[in-house]
Design a protein around this ligand. Structure first.
Ligand code: FES
Ligand code: FES
Length: 167
């Protein structure tokens, strides 16, 4: 019998053939039929493929599926619970934080990761006082979201949505 890997995605376990060359992005989209993470550049430059691995954002185009075994993968699709959108998803809608929407699942996953980083007090390149907890300022949000590109230029709405979700 061919070897398999097991991936936990959005709370469900899946088995798939253990081709060591398969990226997490291709496993999610092509093998598991989850179109939520988007393939933009496919080499780590646009952020469209961002998902959460045990709550931390990762670029799924640069992650091998085998390396994701044993982690809880969450896509934007899996952020909603019991039919209720995640607060970040709601804020994106309220602030018109998307136009074509292609970058949006990656932006939303990244934003959830950013809020978690801020809550944990992790500093960024623009944190003035690294010993103090960083605040969700526009500057911090823009810096931390800088790996997620939006060709439509929905950045003002994206930053406003994250500011609101930060509370
Ligand atoms: S598709 Fe992964 S960073 Fe662009
Ligand atoms: S909304 Fe179109 S690329 Fe961002």
């Amino acid at each position: 019998m061919a070897a398999e890997i097991t991936l936990r995605v959005d709370g469900r376990e899946h088995r798939l053939p253990a081709d060591p060359r398969t990226t997490l992005l291709d496993a999610l989209r092509e093998r598991l039929g989850n179109p939520s993470p988007k393939k933009g550049c496919d080499h780590g430059q646009c952020g469209a493929c961002t998902v959460l691995a045990d709550g931390r954002r990762v670029l799924s185009c640069l992650t091998l599926a085998v390396a994701a075994e044993g982690t809880e993968i969450t896509t934007a699709k899996g952020l909603a619970e019991n039919g209720e959108l995640h607060p970040v998803q709601r804020a994106f809608i309220e602030h018109d934080a998307f136009q074509c929407g292609y970058c949006t699942p990656g932006q939303v996953c990244s934003a959830v990761g950013v809020l978690d980083e801020l809550a944990k007090g992790w500093p960024s390149h623009v944190t003035a006082e690294v010993a103090a907890s960083p605040t969700p300022s526009r500057e911090e949000i823009a810096e931390r979201m800088s790996g997620n590109l939006c060709r439509c230029g929905a950045y003002p709405g994206i930053v406003a949505a994250i500011e609101e979700a930060a509370g």
